[in-house]
Design a protein around this ligand. Structure first.
Ligand code: HEC
Length: 127
């Protein structure tokens, strides 16, 4: 590779990196909400009392597991004694059945960055 094209490549890399990081910053506030709509909303709403296949998740961050009224939680989740700290949510969402064997939530969110975005969105949905 000639000296000139190497410099061009560097400039291009800097440009692409710049674009990627600025668009990530712009998208950050809604990324978690978008992911929630795509990956969780089939089974969960935020609005209290509106249980679907899973319980409503308003104010879930910091609350105890399996205490939302009007939802029939699995015995496993009720007995888990978990509090939904962001750390516990991160573990549960990665693979729910590993953290709480017998839970009725079967699907996880394997990507750590996506979990962080969804948890940040949930943190903003307080009571
Ligand atoms: C296929 C349906 C389904 C999907 C998709 C799903 N969940 Fe669940 N979720 C459930 C069910 C069912 C429960 C109840 C688990 C139990 O009782 O063991 C649950 C429970 C939970 C709980 C515990 C609530 C509590 O009150 O203790 C949290 C937190 C949660 N889900 C978050 C999420 C998030 C965030 C997503 C998206 C990344 C998601 N879930 C996707 C079905 C689903």
């Amino acid at each position: 590779m000639s000296h000139t094209s190497a410099r061009h490549l560097l400039a291009l890399t800097a440009l692409v990196t710049g674009i990627a990081s600025s668009s990530a910053a712009l998208a950050a506030p809604s990324q978690g909400e978008t992911l929630f709509q795509q990956r969780c909303a089939t089974c969960h709403t935020i609005a209290p009392g509106a249980a679907k296949m899973g319980p409503a998740l308003k104010g879930i961050v910091g609350s105890k597991a399996a205490v939302v009224p009007g939802y029939a939680f699995s015995p496993a989740l009720k007995a888990s004694g978990l509090t939904w700290t962001t750390a516990n949510l991160d573990k549960y969402l990665a693979k729910p059945t590993s953290v709480v064997p017998g839970t009725k939530m079967m699907v996880g969110l394997p990507d750590p960055a996506q979990r962080a975005a969804v948890i940040s969105y949930l943190s903003s949905q307080t009571k």
